[in-house]
Design a protein. Structure first.
Lengths: 630, 250
């Protein structure tokens, strides 16, 4: 008897790893993707992937990787999964190495490691400047092999629409739309894994690929899956503003001496080189004399936001400031930043050696996502970690539905360390694959096909939504709505937040939601109707944006990427452990943790998102001391 | 400013079996546009140059950083990634056409499945004994060998090289340059090379390496500067050796 396949939605690093593990266990997989999986957003990650090998004589340790990840996330991530993530990272990288990833080498021919942000040791493996692409291609190749073996069946150019749930609320299949024919089909599935990546397109233009809408997470959220910690979005201070996206500019530009400035005069139209030194406002240097242009990411992002939005000093009145390297000799820049500046030139057509770069912060990564659980197990060393191959690992709140990769909320807490995202995407995909394998063993019913009437009912419901949208004549353009959503999110739910603005944003989102019911498509046919799939994705992005904004409105504190000035606890200047002022600060910090160190869990209701809170598992390293990067 | 407008001629096709036609579009100029961002503007304002409302142009794009390979199309006669084609550097009207060597799905969107199928044919993967940790990595690889392989490992299966290859077309069986680059990549890896003979044998079948006409167009258009002709030359020699070996084994 043919086994019922598992549905994997998304073919980036997470989805491909999950698929690979299932296929190796002999379980057939239907793999769905909006495009050929090799084009997934994982390919955009340039920097590298963290794993402790300690090859540089620095006495780096797995424990230090655990500590860095916990602290980097401001304690907001459950800790036993972090222990497993860091412990298994070296084995995972060794496997990537065996898969043929072209990791950069030391002169002795082993994988080289380099330094990355937020850590003290060289812990990051990399493959030139295309690490994400190389890792993605390696797993893609392995999955292709299983495709030849007949265990993996790819549905590329298909859009996941919904889950098929049985009367007990268990996920027993999915519906998806063929993007060529617009035909909706139901696919019974023994279990389903969502690996659909990030959601930064709710910010309109971001550093993400144009398909990273978060819509699939929004869809299962509307079917009852809990969404967690949505307020935590990482913003990168140096995005290159574009009409289509805000491409990522490496932070190395600031590190190598780049100076950030705007003209002092509002709306100064002169070319930057004609603006004399005394009429330039080097705001980072003025405001932060100690660090100057190399302030941490979040501080830099907020300063740029302030200059543009509160002071109205954006270059040409737009959302951009200058990042100037023109005072540096060409030879120096070519040697240190050559590849990066070449990329800037390719996409802007401007010469960064003679013209300052134009930058603005951009939404880059979502730490929050679908809530997923785990089973903890204490090791002989006393440490709690994720139990290997437990069916509870990476299970969402809907039985039979799993999530991995950026679309889940695990590992990164309130902020993510650089080069931990390729790691968590790959690791969580592997874990999810193993968890589903265990689930199929323990849940006898999972192997049985759900009654066809249930599938048909869900298929018909989805088809009806399509038909309604094709027929609708309400006058709203889906692309314009998305632009408005992005403008709103980039203004009011961005790098700095306050409750009045967030209330305004919630009102704005509700209005967008009402208007999105009146989307009128310019394309009415069935064949390859990209407007239809986009229109539906926009509706689901708006729902997700409301969940994110609601979480942000409710969290009255500063933690990681979430910043509300009114609730900032300031470290007393020049005071350290032992000083009474510091003791008071520490007491406030503890009190704040007692109140706010908790996961926000969002449930969808017809009236909007409902937020409840759940404790964070800090059994490995409870927060005793505030982070202090002084 | 030379142009206050951006003008396009776009080759459109409503269905795979429909006849193609040209549609002209005009949009307001703004600095910093590339072909994809302009197409995004046009899909929001789908009115052609004659002022007629039309169905939005269909195309494929994803990363918009020239790494995913999705948005390859023919821009002013040259196959390239549309996201990296800056309007300010293009002669107007800008003509956009779908890649011609692959079946058109709609407008600028083509079906490149044949390229992925070719990767199956040549077994472009390392034959792992499972993805579990075996407590060692790959054998040591010198920095020189790594950098050689890195050249080939950046192939994003965009299809530009296939587009300009005279031997690769709908009626030919030629596997095309991109998959040959992947054979080179894998045959240089210390363990993937265990499959070397099988890959070479696959290239000795009809549609294999012998069908390369040595036009050397592929290497000129590759957006990643992959030394495809070098790989093809080397594979040609290796298949000859393989042919002799097979002769003696038989």
């Amino acid at each position: 008897m043919a086994k019922l396949p598992v549905a994997v939605i998304g073919g980036g690093l997470g989805g491909l790893w999950a698929t690979l593990r299932l296929a190796e266990a002999g379980i057939p997989v239907n793999l769905f993707s909006l495009f050929p999986v090799k084009r997934s957003h994982s390919c955009c990650a340039q920097g590298g992937i963290n794993a402790v090998f300690d090859i540089k004589g620095e006495h780096d340790s797995i424990w230090q990787h655990i500590v860095d990840t916990i602290k980097g996330g401001d304690y907001l991530a459950d800790q036993p999964p972090i222990v497993s993530l860091c412990e298994e990272a070296p084995g995972l990288i060794r496997t990537f190495d065996r898969m043929g990833v072209t990791f950069s080498r030391t002169p002795e021919g082993i994988m080289d490691q380099r330094l990355f942000g937020g850590v003290k040791n060289r812990r990051t493996c990399f493959a030139g400047a295309t690490t994400g692409a190389q890792l993605l291609y390696a797993v893609d190749e392995q999955v292709r092999r299983w495709e030849v073996e007949g265990l993996v069946n790819k549905f590329e150019f298909w859009d996941f629409l919904s889950l098929v749930l049985d009367d007990a609320g268990v996920c027993r299949g999915v519906t998806a739309m063929d993007l060529k024919t617009s035909q909706v089909r139901a696919f019974p599935a023994a279990a389903t894994i969502l690996a659909t990546g990030g959601l930064a397109l709710v910010y309109g233009r971001s550093t993400m690929s144009s398909n990273s809408t978060g819509a699939p997470a929004g869809r299962v959220y509307q079917q009852g899956a809990k969404f967690a910690n949505g307020e935590f979005i990482q913003f990168h201070p140096t995005g290159i503003p574009g009409h289509d996206k805000n491409r990522l500019m490496s932070e190395a530009c600031r590190g190598e001496g780049g100076r950030v400035w705007v003209p002092r005069g509002k709306g100064d139209k002169r070319p930057p080189r004609d603006i004399p030194e005394e009429e330039r406002f080097y705001f980072l240097e003025e405001w932060y004399p100690t660090y100057g242009n190399t302030v941490p990411r979040d501080v830099g992002s907020r300063a740029i936001f302030k200059v543009v939005h509160h002071m109205g000093l954006g270059v040409s009145g737009q959302e951009m400031v200058y990042l100037d390297l023109t005072h540096k000799p060409r030879e120096f820049l070519e040697a240190r930043l050559g590849g990066i500046l070449e990329m800037y030139e390719t996409f802007t057509g401007e010469d960064p050696y003679t013209q300052p770069l134009k930058i603005f912060p951009a939404a880059h990564y979502s730490m929050g996502g679908l809530w997923v659980g785990y089973e903890a197990e204490q090791g002989a060393d006393g440490l709690m970690r994720m139990k290997h191959a437990s069916p509870k690992n990476h299970a969402t709140s809907i039985p039979g539905l799993y999530a991995c990769g950026e679309c889940d909320f695990a590992y990164h807490g309130a902020n993510r360390l650089g080069a931990n995202s390729l790691l968590s995407a790959s690791f969580s995909g592997r874990v999810a694959g193993d968890a589903v394998t265990a689930y199929l063993k323990s849940e006898k019913k999972a192997g049985e096909e759900i009654e066809s009437s249930k599938c048909e009912a869900e298929r018909a419901r989805q088809d009806e939504i399509n038909q309604r949208m094709i027929r609708a004549d309400g006058g709203e353009n889906a692309f314009t709505l998305h632009g408005e959503l992005g403008d709103l999110m980039r203004t009011d739910v961005f790098v700095e937040r306050d409750n009045a603005a967030l209330d305004r944003a919630l009102d704005g989102i509700r209005m967008l939601r009402e208007r999105s019911a009146n989307i009128c498509l310019d394309h009415k046919g069935d064949w390859s109707n990209q407007s239809l799939s986009w229109g539906r994705q926009v509706q689901d992005m708006i729902v997700l944006a409301e969940a994110i904004t609601k979480c942000a409105r409710m969290r009255d504190e500063c933690r990681g990427s979430h910043y509300k000035e009114a609730f900032e606890l300031k470290v007393p200047e020049g005071k350290f452990e032992g000083d009474p002022e510091y003791a008071e600060y520490k007491a406030q910090w503890k009190a704040n943790n007692d109140q706010w160190l908790k996961h926000a869990l969002v449930s969808f209701t017809a009236d909007g998102p409902e937020v409840e809170y759940a404790p964070v598992d800090t059994c490995v390293m409870p927060p005793e001391k505030p982070r202090d990067y002084r | 400013m030379a142009d206050a407008q951006i003008r396009f001629r776009i080759k459109r096709q409503d269905k795979p079996d429909a006849a193609p036609y040209w549609d002209d579009f005009v949009m307001p100029y703004a600095p910093g546009h590339n072909v994809v961002s302009a197409l995004m503007y046009l899909r929001e304002h789908p009115v052609n140059a004659r002022g007629r409302g039309v169905e939005p142009v269909v195309w494929e794009s994803n990363c918009m950083e020239e790494v995913c390979g999705a948005c390859a199309m023919i821009v002013n006669g040259t196959p390239r990634q549309a996201c990296a084609a800056l309007i300010d550097q293009l002669t107007q009207p800008i003509t956009l056409e779908p890649l011609s060597k692959f079946p058109v799905v709609r407008d600028l969107l083509v079906e490149r499945e044949r390229m992925f199928a070719a990767l199956k044919q040549v077994k472009a993967w390392v034959p792992l004994d499972g993805s579990q940790d075996i407590h060692e990595g790959a054998p040591r690889i010198s920095p020189v060998d790594q950098s050689l392989r890195y050249l080939f490992s950046r192939c994003m299966t965009c299809g530009c090289c296939m587009e300009v290859c005279p031997q690769f077309h709908e009626d030919s069986r030629f596997i095309g340059p991109a998959p040959l680059g992947q054979v080179a990549l894998h045959n240089q890896h210390p363990t993937s090379t265990y499959f070397r003979s099988e890959r070479l044998q696959a290239l000795m079948e009809p549609g294999g390496i012998a069908d390369c006409g040595n036009a050397q167009n592929c290497v000129k258009v590759c957006p990643k500067d992959i030394p495809l002709t070098q790989a093809i030359g080397e594979l040609g020699r290796q298949t000859t050796v393989q042919w002799l070996k097979d002769l003696f084994v038989r």
